[in-house]
Design a protein around this ligand. Structure first.
Ligand SMILES: Nc1ncnc2c1ncn2[C@@H]1O[C@H](COP(=O)(O)OP(=O)(O)O)[C@@H](O)[C@H]1O
Ligand SMILES: [Mg+2]
Length: 221
């Protein structure tokens, strides 16, 4: 299991969120590349291309981590789709400053066409699928056959699918996605995530038969 210590506290507020793009030569961007190296190392015999980034609670750095890892992968030349699977408190569209009128939910319920919903970015071959309208039944949508079919279809178009999601301890969505994805990266916030919560998150992943590829120890004030 890859254990990556990600020290991130001396970065200015404006630049910190997408540091891997804003400042690819920084120590922090390098730490995100280390995460990728460790993930690739741990998946040497198998191809892990759909990856879920999750954590026990909110505010621990799921969105920040998945976005920076996606940027780093794209800057290395991979074709990457970053998906906002947090249909409860989506935020990838804010981070990338994208319009979120249509997104994952709209594609899943069939009122938007995938091709017209995916946002292309200026960052290598990085595309983003924002959440779309917040649904009243997020877990149902995440657990739907349409979601499984979408993941299968997207894997034919992209090298990697990186998926953001709600906290494991808050909703069943993360557990469902963990089961659907090739691998899971668990983010815990150093000094903030309680041991019991991390252990509970681990139990949830085990019961989902998820493949835990690594834990990112996210450290910030
Ligand atoms: N390593 C970090 N360094 C500095 N700020 C961070 C770091 N990780 C997360 N943050 C900040 O903490 C807040 C919560 O992070 P976020 O990624 O949105 O968490 P989550 O998706 O788990 O709710 C955001 O304001 C984000 O910019
Ligand atoms: Mg988030």
């Amino acid at each position: 299991m890859a254990l990556v210590q990600n020290l991130f506290n001396s970065v200015s507020k404006r630049k910190k969120s997408l540091i891997s793009y804003m400042n690819p030569n920084s120590v922090i961007a390098d730490q995100y590349r280390t995460i990728i190296t460790n993930l690739q190392f741990s998946s040497i015999d198998k191809s892990f291309r759909s990856l879920l980034f999750t954590s026990p609670g909110y505010g621990e750095g799921k969105t920040t981590t998945v976005a920076n890892v996606a940027v780093s992968l794209a800057l290395q030349g991979d074709k990457v789709l970053l998906v906002d699977g947090d249909l409860r408190k989506p935020s990838l569209h804010e981070l990338f400053k994208l319009d979120n009128d249509k997104g994952l939910t709209n594609v899943l319920i069939g009122n938007a066409v995938l091709k017209e919903t995916i946002h292309h970015t200026e960052i290598g071959r990085l595309d983003v699928l924002s959440s779309g309208s917040i649904p009243h039944n997020p877990s149902e949508l995440i657990a739907s056959q349409a979601m499984r079919d979408l993941i299968t279809a997207l894997l034919k178009q992209y090298d990697y699918l990186l998926i953001d999601c709600p906290p494991l301890l808050d909703a069943v969505d993360g557990k469902i996605l963990a089961n659907e994805c090739d691998g899971v990266v668990l983010i815990v916030q150093n000094g903030k995530t309680h041991k019991e919560k991390a252990a509970e998150a681990n139990r949830i992943l085990t019961s989902a038969r998820a493949t835990l590829l690594g834990i990112v120890l996210n450290e910030f004030k």
